[in-house]
Design a protein around this ligand. Structure first.
Ligand code: FE2
Length: 452
């Protein structure tokens, strides 16, 4: 009896869902908005991938079966299931994941995307380059000089921005989050344990750290260079065990499900996709691979020859898709449909120039392009569109301590810059896009602008 109950406890422990997170997806309604929501989670063992959901905590009468994958032996299973045909007449959808045999997660809830394409008001947080925890909790143990070593900082923090997101969620100031690449800096994680394999443990930690946010609102992601691979000493030395299984954006594409299939984007991956939300058409672009001159076209971020990267589509497929997607959004906008087109990707303006898509953005009247990669904030100030905004100051081990703002950048009147830890919020209405950059430490507004 004792043995049986121990075995049962072990089985249940292995199946406990963790890292629960949501993203917009599923079939679109007559207004072009997703009527579904993907839910993703991790278990150590492999129970079934079931979500049950409904309109109250006591009525989870709908059920959907998803699927799970394991991309690295011994490091668990990642599940995805789709809640479909969600009503927009109810305030909240309640759900839990797991299965009957192995146990369920707690019940979470979220708000569905608005049903109308106009007259909607909503807010999102946009930022890139957020690490995990801070240098007190994950001190770098590789040798360093006074402040930095090989680009990693002795003193840094992502905790302020994480706490600011929690505060924005609690006050109802954001409906969802767009993280434009460099998610958790898990490829840098060996800095706190140079000889250990830390990639998966730190990615798991990051996802649990955010669950309180990501289980209650969509957390949309774009690929950044730090998603590309594990190039730590353990991954290089044990290529067969680790390195080859984690190259070419594997963890990013297996842990997350974005609406790529729904939007005709990259096949079976999250490398490029688009979706509608209220009066906005959002496009998530791939600044990392699949265009001539892409930094990771042949190899990943470390450029170690055997850590190959790229090839998520046929030659030219990504940019052909991007133009067609923007053209369709532009035509809808001109026909009186959606009001705004917002593009987001990891790398800033100079990469948009290298990709030769600046003209495309102008031609199809993209209103704003959000990026990260630079660990700071900048915004163009001319009235020309698109407005280029870099919101890469969320805090990470490649960004030092928060510094005083530099209000004017090297381009004089054309740019506003800041080196403070910060989180951006975009309020959307039919009349304007109101953007503000919030100091993650004290909550003050560093920069704000209305885009009409
Ligand atoms: Fe980056």
């Amino acid at each position: 009896m004792k043995l049986l109950s121990s075995a049962l406890m072990l089985s249940t422990a292995l199946a406990v869902p963790s890292q629960v997170h949501l993203s917009l997806g599923g079939a679109v309604d007559s207004s072009g908005v997703s009527t579904g929501m993907y839910v993703m989670w991790k278990t150590d063992g492999q129970p079934s991938s079931t979500v049950r959901y409904g309109t109250s905590e006591d009525d989870l009468s709908e059920q959907a079966q998803g699927s799970s994958k394991s991309y690295l032996d011994g490091h668990g299973f990642h599940h995805t299931a789709l809640m479909e045909n969600l009503s927009c007449d109810v305030e909240k959808i309640f759900y839990q994941v797991g299965d009957e045999a192995d146990g369920w997660s707690e019940v979470f809830s979220f708000k569905r995307a608005p049903c109308a394409s106009s007259g909607t008001v909503f807010s999102i947080s946009v930022f890139g380059d957020m690490g995990y925890l801070d240098s007190d909790l994950r001190p770098p143990k590789i040798p360093h000089g006074d402040d930095t070593y090989h680009g990693l900082n002795k003193v840094w923090s992502a905790t302020y921005s994480r706490n600011m997101l929690e505060s924005l969620k609690n006050s109802g100031d954001i409906d969802w989050v767009f993280h434009v690449g460099d998610i958790g800096y898990v490829d840098d994680s060996f800095a706190s344990a140079p000889l250990k394999f830390t990639y998966e443990e730190v990615y798991d930690g990051y996802m649990d750290w955010l669950q309180n946010l990501t289980s209650t609102m969509p957390y949309m992601v774009a690929p950044g260079n730090h998603e590309s691979e594990c190039h730590s000493p353990a991954c290089i030395a044990q290529e067969l065990k680790y390195g080859r299984h984690l190259r070419n954006f594997t963890a990013f594409n297996e842990r997350w499900t974005m609406p790529s299939e729904e939007s005709g984007g990259s096949r079976d991956t999250n490398m490029w996709y688009s979706f509608n939300y209220g009066s906005v058409h959002f496009v998530s672009i791939n600044t990392e691979t699949d265009w001539d001159g892409a930094e990771e076209q042949e190899t990943g971020d470390s450029h170690i020859p055997w850590l190959k990267a790229g090839g998520f589509g046929e030659d030219g497929e990504f940019l052909t898709w991007l133009e067609a997607d923007l053209k369709a959004a532009y035509e809808e906008k001109k026909a009186g449909g959606r009001k705004w087109i917002i593009a987001a990707g990891h790398r800033p303006y100079n990469t948009i120039q290298e990709m030769k898509i600046e003209e495309m953005f102008i031609k199809y009247e993209v209103d704003v392009y959000f990026a990260g990669h630079s660990h700071s904030y900048s915004r163009t100030t001319s009235s020309d569109k698109p407005v280029y905004i870099v919101a890469g100051g969320a805090g990470c081990d490649e960004m030092g301590p928060s510094k005083e703002s530099l209000l004017l950048g090297p381009l004089g009147q054309d740019l506003i810059e800041s080196d403070k830890y910060s989180t951006g919020v975009l309020d959307v209405s039919d009349e304007k896009l109101s953007w503000r950059l919030i100091d993650s430490i004290d909550g003050s507004i560093i920069d704000s602008v209305d885009i009409l």
